[in-house]
Design a protein around this ligand. Structure first.
Ligand code: G
Ligand code: G
Ligand code: MN
Ligand code: NA
Length: 242
């Protein structure tokens, strides 16, 4: 089928590039990590959401995710040595057991795996089983889009993630909305209880930054701190020059 062939070609010819977006520590006043985000070259330019949905429909989601993860790790030398690399992965890709070599591929760089809150975990046992040896090797687990309102949140929190990434809708609505404020408070309390770090996503303005700082949140990601940019641009801005 046409879509299937197209996605196979995207994977085989690596018709995509990696962008990196800083995750900024206010206390350290520098990025402590970078999230790898795929950017697809073939025209028309479309969101990675669309590509991953098409890949899913074609039965190629795991292959495309794995290709993106390998590409991100291969390019990660553009990042400063102290910084972790955050990789997006669906639970099915983790459960398939194909991530076994990511620690070796990272050449000593710390890895954070971002699993989105709204991903349905079909085979929880396989997912947890594949995750355990990775975590034993120091790979940290982040819950992406936390608090977006999906019922899987409680399930995912049972894995005691190392990082909790507050969904951008929470960040945008926090000044206005009591229910979102309550959700942020609950996630902050959970993070304190389990010694997880909190990252606020989608920080777009100085006033959001100030409000998050007043809540004691140190780690921020969003256009206000830095957009996702190419590996070359990331190296120019942040790379180790020695
Ligand atoms: O970068 P952007 O906001 O356009 O990404 C849209 C969505 O696609 C986000 O949810 C992001 O997590 C996801 N995404 C982007 N790149 C990758 C990738 O390489 N792998 C996976 N699994 N998801 C990605
Ligand atoms: O689902 P995930 O959190 O992985 O998606 C990250 C997506 O959010 C990326 O596509 C990235 O381009 C986008 N993004 C990053 N910072 C901001 C921001 O400040 N505002 C908005 N609207 N999107 C952002
Ligand atoms: Mn993410
Ligand atoms: Na997110």
């Amino acid at each position: 089928e046409a879509t299937h062939a197209r996605i196979r070609a995207v994977i085989a010819d690596e018709q995509f590039a990696m962008a990196f977006q800083p995750i900024w520590s206010l206390a350290a006043d520098r990025p402590i990590g970078f999230e790898a985000l795929s950017r697809f070259a073939p025209e028309p330019v479309r969101s990675p959401d669309v590509w991953f949905a098409e890949a899913e429909a074609a039965g190629l989601r795991n292959d495309l995710e794995l290709a993106a993860i390998h590409r991100a790790l291969d390019e990660s030398h553009v990042l400063p040595a102290h910084a972790y690399i955050a990789l997006n992965a669906s639970p099915a890709t983790v459960a398939a057991g194909n991530l076994g070599d990511i620690v070796a591929r990272a050449r000593g760089r710390q890895i954070v795996l971002e699993i989105t809150e709204h991903a349905h975990i079909e085979d929880y046992a396989s997912f947890a089983e594949a995750l355990a040896p990775l975590r034993a090797q120091g790979v940290r687990l982040a819950i992406d889009d936390a608090g977006a309102g999906y019922s899987s949140l409680r399930h995912i929190l049972q894995l005691t993630p190392d990082l909790i990434k507050l969904d951008r809708a929470l960040v945008a609505g926090i000044g206005l909305d009591r229910s979102r404020r309550a959700m942020v408070a609950a996630l902050l309390a959970f993070a304190r209880e389990t010694a997880a770090d909190i990252v606020a996503e989608g920080v777009e303005t100085a006033s959001e930054l100030a409000m998050l700082r007043s809540l004691g949140i140190d780690l921020l990601q969003g256009y206000h701190l830095g957009r996702p940019v190419s590996g070359a641009e990331t190296f120019l801005k942040f790379g180790d020059r020695d």
